[in-house]
Design a protein around this ligand. Structure first.
Ligand SMILES: *Cc1c(COP(=O)(O)O)cnc(C)c1O
Length: 455
C-alpha cells in the first residue's frame, strides 16, 4: 500500500517511512492512497475470527510490503499475550448500552492495544535493518505508560518520556517510574503537559539534534496506531450481531474515533460515531455547529482528554474535502491562525457520520454515581464522558468505548462515590517499588543534554 501526506499528493511513501517518521516533512499526516472497501460477503468471512486473527486480516492490508502475513500473525499474538483478557477486549452491558472494555492491557488504558503492537513492530523493523532509534514522547499520563511498557527491554531502541512533575496521578506515575529496564528514561519536567509537549516539538524541529540521535515519536498521529485501533470496531460490530452499530468515543486527539471513521470507510456498517468530550469541547462545538476555535485548556477529571487542538482531525478534514490536499493545507493554515469555521456543506458531510456531545465535571461525577448505584459498575471518568454523551443522544445499539480502568483514577471515583477500585493483582507491585525519574527544568537544552548523555 502506498501513502501520501494530507498536505500534498505529489509524493508517495511506503509504510516503513510512514511508521518510523510519523509526520510528513510538509507537516501533514500520512494517509493511504486508496482504501479497501469490504463487501457484505467479505465481512461475513471475518465474522467468526478471534481477535488476533481479525487483527492480522485488517492490519495486513496496510503493511503487506513491510512484513509477511505469517510474521505479522505471530507478532500480533506476542503483542496481545500481555493482556489479562483472553480475547484482548471484552464487551459488557451497562443498561441499554454496551461497554467495549479496552483497558485489559498492561497499563490499564486503551492505548495499550495499539502500543503493544507497535512496540513489537519497531523491534521487528530495527533488528532486521540493524538500525537504532530513540523515542521521545510527552505524556499527560496514559500514553507514556503504554509506550514504556511496549518498549521496555526491546533491542535497538530507547524511550524517553517527559511528564509534568507532580501533575499526574500517583498511580499513573508509578506505572511508568517503577520500570527497571535500562532502555527506559523517565523525565519529570517542572511545568505542565503543554511545556512537555513543546520541548518534544522543539527537539524534533532541531533537525541536527533529532537526526543525530535518530529520534522517533509514538504519539497518536502514528498511522500504525490508528490501524490497530480499527480492529476493535470490527470486532464489536461482529459480536453485537446487529445490522448497524453506533459508537460513543471519549475523545481527545481524535485518534480513537478516527479509527472508527476509517472502519466505516472500509465498509463496516457503522451508523453514527459520537465524539464525546469533557469541558475541553472544541470538537463538540466543531461537529455540532462548525466552530473550530480553540480556547484555553482546562484541567478536568478526565486528563487524557484535556486537549484543545486534536491532531488527527486533519485526517477528517482531508477526507471530507474529497482527499484534496491543497484545500487541506489551506484549512490547516486557518487552524494555525485559530480562525477556522467549518463551511455549511462540509458540516453536512461531517454530520452524516458524526454526532457529538460534551459533559461537564458535575455531569461526569453524576454519571459515575448513577451507574454505580443502578448497575454496580464503577466507570473511570473518561468512560463516564462517553456514557454521558450516549445517554444525551439516546441512539439504539450503541457501544461506548471504555478507555481506562477505573483504578487508574481513584480521585475521581472517590469524589463521586467515596470508593475506588484496586489495581489488578498483576500491577500491585508498582505501589511499593522504588521509583526512578529525573527532574529537569522546563528547558529544552537541558533535556537535550540529558538525552544525549544517555544514548
Ligand atoms: C488517550 C485517551 C483518550 C483520548 O483518545 P484520543 O485518541 O486522543 O481521542 C480517552 N481516554 C483515555 C483513558 C485515554 O488515555
Amino acid at each position: 500500500m502506498k501513502y501520501i501526506s494530507t498536505r500534498s499528493s505529489a509524493k508517495e511513501f511506503n509504510f516503513n517511512e510512514v511508521f518510523i517518521k510519523g509526520l510528513a516533512d510538509d507537516g501533514g499526516l500520512y494517509v493511504p492512497k486508496s482504501l479497501k472497501k469490504y463487501s457484505t460477503e467479505e465481512l461475513l468471512k471475518l465474522k467468526n475470527l478471534n481477535y488476533n486473527e481479525l487483527s492480522t486480516e485488517i492490519i495486513h492490508l496496510f503493511l503487506a510490503d513491510f512484513i509477511s502475513r505469517e510474521e505479522l500473525s505471530s507478532l500480533i499474538k506476542k503483542s496481545y499475550s500481555t493482556f489479562r483478557e483472553k480475547d484482548v477486549v471484552k464487551i459488557s452491558s451497562l443498561g441499554k448500552l454496551k461497554l467495549l472494555e479496552l483497558f485489559h492491557g498492561p497499563t490499564l488504558a486503551f492505548k495499550d492495544v495499539a502500543m503493544q503492537f507497535i512496540g513489537n513492530l519497531y523491534e521487528y523493523y530495527l533488528t532486521k535493518n540493524d538500525k537504532k532509534i530513540n523515542i521521545v514522547v510527552a505524556t499527560s499520563g496514559d500514553t507514556g505508560a503504554a509506550a514504556i511498557d511496549a518498549i521496555k527491554g526491546k533491542s535497538n531502541l530507547n524511550i524517553f518520556v517527559l511528564h509534568p512533575n507532580n501533575r499526574i496521578s500517583s498511580v499513573q506515575r508509578k506505572i511508568m517510574t517503577t520500570v527497571e529496564e535500562k532502555n527506559v528514561f523517565n523525565i519529570a519536567i517542572d511545568g505542565n503537559f503543554d511545556d512537555c509537549q513543546n520541548i518534544v516539538k522543539q527537539m524534533f524541529s532541531d533537525l541536527e539534534f533529532s537526526k543525530s540521535i535518530n529520534m522517533s515519536g509514538v504519539n497518536s498521529i502514528n498511522w500504525a496506531r490508528i490501524i490497530a485501533q480499527a480492529v476493535y470496531y470490527f470486532y464489536s460490530y461482529f459480536k453485537l450481531d446487529k445490522e448497524t452499530v453506533s459508537f460513543s468515543v471519549p475523545t481527545g486527539n481524535f485518534g480513537d474515533v478516527f479509527a472508527g471513521y476509517l472502519s466505516k470507510k472500509m465498509g463496516l456498517p457503522i451508523n453514527k460515531l459520537i465524539v464525546a468530550t469533557n469541558e475541553n469541547d472544541i470538537l463538540h462545538r466543531a461537529i455540532s455547529k462548525g466552530d473550530y476555535i480553540s480556547r484555553e485548556v482546562k484541567e478536568t477529571l478526565s486528563p487524557s482528554m484535556d486537549i484543545q487542538l486534536a491532531s488527527n482531525f486533519e485526517r477528517l478534514i482531508y477526507y471530507i474535502n474529497n482527499s484534496d490536499s491543497e484545500i487541506t493545507a489551506d484549512i490547516m493554515k486557518k487552524i494555525k491562525q485559530n480562525s477556522y469555521q467549518i463551511e455549511k456543506n462540509n458540516l453536512d458531510i461531517i454530520q452524516k457520520d458524526f454526532l457529538s456531545e460534551s459533559c461537564n465535571e458535575e455531569e461526569t461525577l453524576n454519571i459515575i454515581k448513577k451507574n454505580y448505584e443502578e448497575n454496580n459498575i464503577i466507570l473511570d471518568p473518561h468512560t463516564a464522558v462517553g456514557v454521558g454523551a450516549a445517554n444525551k443522544l439516546s441512539i439504539n445499539d450503541c457501544v461506548v468505548l471504555s478507555t481506562a480502568h477505573p483504578c487508574k483514577f481513584p480521585d475521581a471515583t472517590n469524589n463521586a462515590i467515596s470508593k475506588h477500585e484496586n489495581l489488578p493483582n498483576e500491577l500491585q507491585h508498582v505501589l511499593n517499588k522504588d521509583e526512578n525519574f529525573q527532574v529537569l527544568n522546563n528547558n529544552t537544552e537541558e533535556v537535550k543534554n540529558f538525552v544525549k548523555s544517555k544514548v
